[in-house]
Ligand binder design. Structure first.
Ligand code: CA
Length: 484
């Protein structure tokens, strides 16, 4: 039996809101992450991985179940998962894997929503605490003294250390960090005292964006709270100076939380090497979505803009994956389940959507997807006033339809606004500063993308918002609609 025929162990380290532009391997100019970078150096960096709904709870459900939000039912923060759904973990367990989950779950609590398909689970309650977190297991709730990122790693390694026998195992390590309110531990607090570089789009005036985006309350200058910043600003700052001061405070703590994650990723890889498991382990580092790090003047996520939907994804599996150039193909969080199952030699469930990207990692790409479908449902008027929208991202373009309607879903607002479109040319305008939706020179592209979005949505079993008209190209050829 060759090395590659052995079923791999699987370790998925999932952080919360860790943007790829705060990872050294992705060229960060604001911090270093040597231990996370090691995964890329021994494996592959994936450059175009996107979430399909940039919010913690829905992204987690999509990763586990291998389905879009409209299929798994987890559309907003207030739609707990039906945990009896098939997941890659439950299928691995059925195939003889030992399965464990430690850390943030955030998909509901109670018999219908607690983790299923795991031999062992120990999870934070709700969003979880950074310090002395409450840990929920099948035996009840316990407050564990210490710092969440360390505790989650401790519990994860304790579990896998406790296993006997040769059957492979799958371990999910789900950190709370670096989620708001960005509370660093003593070891890393204050490690970023030098000025942190301010992104080039910090002063974006959002001039050509939709009203939907302009209404959002996620501005560093205006919407970070005293609780977020944990200090009073110095006296006598003008508006511009105050905005920059807030940016520095925000980033100091965010990056210090990341530094603790980096140390703890190192603990996991050190453990794998010490146990001689490293070569035969599919080790993945990712985050449930990206984050605005002052980009466009914002923090948070939710929007279908690049910094928000782009997930870091670094993968090593030395016995099957040879280090090489970054993978450029479009990949989504829905693709993870099929990829992990293919690596383990386990058949995916028929309802699982997406496409395995294992061939891209092992150097024999035989499949591609030419577009990503995105849908954000929350339409909230409490947190950040980010409106409901869906859209399509191809290699070159992004078309977004802000339908601005909560559709009565739990966690959404009853307020709705007139729909608006945005279109970006990611080659001419990689920072998405200019919405070209109404530019005459983009009319053809927009019509094509509207038709492509309509077809993709139908292929995936989702339905357009009632306010969206049938795209002109499809209305002119009705059979093209019924074929899809
Ligand atoms: Ca998140």
């Amino acid at each position: 039996m060759s090395n590659s025929a052995r079923r791999p162990n699987i370790v998925l380290i999932l952080t919360d809101d860790h943007a790829s532009h705060a990872i050294g391997a992705y060229g960060s100019v604001v911090n270093t992450t040597p231990r996370i970078d090691e995964i890329a150096a021994t494996g592959r960096r994936i450059d175009n991985c996107f979430c399909t709904n940039a919010l913690c709870t829905p992204s987690r459900a999509s990763i586990l179940t291998g389905t879009h939000s409209h299929v798994n039912g987890v559309t907003t923060l207030d739609t707990p998962i039906d945990a009896s759904q098939p997941t890659f973990a439950s299928l691995l367990k059925d195939a003889g894997y030992r399965t464990g989950l430690v850390g943030k779950w955030h998909m509901g609590e109670g018999p219908a929503h607690d983790p299923q398909g795991f031999d062992y689970w120990a999870v934070l309650r709700g969003q979880g605490e950074y310090f002395n977190p409450q840990i929920l297991t099948k035996h009840g709730v316990e407050v564990v003294p210490g710092y969440a990122t360390d505790i989650i790693t401790d519990l994860a390694l304790d579990w896998v250390d406790s296993l006997d026998g040769d059957e492979p195992w799958c371990l999910l390590i789900h950190h709370k960090a670096p989620h708001r309110a960005w509370e660093p531990d003593e070891k890393h607090k204050g490690m970023y005292t030098d000025p942190i570089r301010v992104p080039g789009t910090f002063d974006d005036d959002h001039a050509t964006r939709s009203q939907a985006a302009r209404r959002a309350t996620m501005r560093v200058a205006e919407d970070l709270t005293p609780e977020d910043l944990k200090q009073d600003p110095p006296e006598g700052l003008d508006d511009e100076q105050l905005a920059l001061w807030k940016y520095q405070r925000y980033m100091e703590d965010y990056l210090a939380c990341v530094a603790s994650v980096d140390d703890n990723v190192g603990r996991v890889t050190d453990w794998l090497r010490a146990q001689s498991h490293f070569d035969d382990t599919l080790l993945m580092y990712t985050s449930d979505q990206g984050f605005f790090l002052g980009d466009h003047g914002w923090f948070d996520k939710r929007f279908m803009y690049e910094e928000s939907i782009r997930m870091p994804l670094l993968v090593s599996y030395p016995s099957r994956i040879t280090p090489g150039e970054p993978v450029e193909q479009l990949i989504t969080n829905v693709d993870f389940a099929r990829t992990i199952l293919e690596a383990a030699g386990v058949e995916p469930h028929e309802r699982m959507q997406g496409t395995s990207f294992l061939p891209q990692l092992t150097g024999s790409p035989d499949s591609t997807q030419d577009a990503v479908y995105y849908r954000y449902y929350e339409n909230d008027d409490q947190h950040h006033h980010a409106p409901a929208h869906y859209g399509i991202r191809t290699e070159r373009h992004k078309l977004i339809y802000f339908y601005n309607d909560g559709l009565g879903l739990p966690g959404t607002s009853g307020i709705s606004y007139p729909p608006e479109w945005e279109l970006y040319d990611l080659v001419a305008d990689p920072e998405e500063l200019t919405n070209v939706c109404d530019e005459p020179s983009y009319t053809e592209i927009r019509e094509e993308l509207e038709a492509q979005l309509w077809r993709l949505q139908a292929d995936l079993g989702d339905v357009p918002h009632p306010t969206q008209e049938v795209p002109a190209r499809l209305a002119a050829h009705p059979t093209a609609i019924s074929m899809n």
